[in-house]
Design a protein around this ligand. Structure first.
Ligand SMILES: C[S@@+](CC[C@H](N)C(=O)[O-])C[C@H]1O[C@@H](n2cnc3c(N)ncnc32)[C@H](O)[C@@H]1O
Length: 199
C-alpha cells in the first residue's frame, strides 16, 4: 500500500483473507469482483458465482482470469512435447523422468499427467465456470490467453539469464500465435461480465 503509485487517486484499501465460500464479511455492495486464477479451485462454482452476484451493485462487474485444465488437448500436448524435448536435449530442463523420443507415447503421457493433476486437485472444468458466468452475468468480454508456456518456463534451467528471459518471452509469443491460429485449444480464459440483476 505504501509504495502504490496510485496512492493519491484511490480510496482506502482493506485486506481480508478467507475461504470465499465461507466468507460472510460484506456489509456493502461492490463495483467489481476479481478472481485471478482462483475460481477454478473453489468448490461449487455456480453457488460461488451466485454469491458474487449478490455482492455486486446493479451493473457491477466481475472479472475472471481462470485456468481451465480440461481444455488441454492433444494438440497442446504435442506443442508442449516439442518444446520440452529440445530443452531436455539441451540439458536446459529440470525433469525427473525425461520424455521418450516416441512422440505418441510421450504426448499421451503429457496429456494424461496434465488432466490427472486437475482431477486430483478437484479443479473446476471450463463449463462448470463458464456456464454460470454466462447465465448470471451479461458477457462483456471473453478472450483466451497463453498459459501452457508458464508450465514449461517454471522447469526451464538455461545457464544464461538473458537467454532464459528471451526464450520465455518467445514461448509466450509463440503460444499466443498458435492460439490465434487455432492450432491448440487454450487453457486460460479471461471473462468480464456485468451484473444484469437490477434489484
Ligand atoms: C494459482 S493461485 C493464484 C494466486 C493469485 N491470485 C495470483 O494470481 O498469483 C490460486 C489461489 O486460489 C486461492 N484459493 C483457493 N481456494 C480458495 C477459496 N476457497 N477461497 C479463496 N481463495 C482460494 C489460493 O489461496 C491461491 O492463492
Amino acid at each position: 500500500m505504501n509504495t502504490d503509485p496510485y496512492n493519491s487517486e484511490r480510496g482506502e484499501l482493506e485486506y481480508q483473507v478467507s475461504d470465499f465460500g465461507a466468507w460472510n464479511g460484506a456489509e456493502r455492495k461492490f463495483d467489481l469482483v476479481i478472481f485471478n486464477r482462483s475460481l477454478h479451485h473453489i468448490p461449487q462454482p455456480a453457488k460461488v458465482l451466485e454469491k458474487v452476484q449478490s455482492l455486486l451493485r446493479p451493473k457491477g462487474r466481475i472479472i475472471c482470469v481462470e485456468y481451465a485444465y480440461d481444455q488441454f488437448d492433444r494438440r497442446s500436448a504435442i506443442w508442449f512435447y516439442h518444446i520440452r524435448r529440445v530443452l531436455e536435449q539441451a540439458g536446459w530442463f529440470k525433469s525427473y523422468k525425461k520424455l521418450s523420443g516416441n512422440l505418441g507415447v510421450s504426448v499421451a503421457r503429457i496429456k494424461e499427467e496434465w488432466r490427472a493433476s486437475g482431477r486430483k486437485d478437484h479443479l473446476n472444468r471450463f463449463k462448470e465456470m463458464y456456464g454460470p458466468l454466462r447465465s448470471l452475468f451479461e458477457e462483456k468480454h471473453l478472450s483466451w490467453e497463453p498459459y501452457v508456456f508458464w508450465d514449461i518456463i517454471m522447469d526451464m534451467r538455461i545457464p544464461s539469464t538473458d537467454t532464459e528471459m528471451a526464450f520465455a518471452r518467445c514461448l509466450m509469443a509463440m503460444e499466443k500465435a498458435v492460439i490465434e491460429r487455432r492450432a491448440i485449444d487454450p487453457v486460460l480464459f479471461c471473462f468480464c461480465g456485468e451484473n444484469a440483476q437490477h434489484f
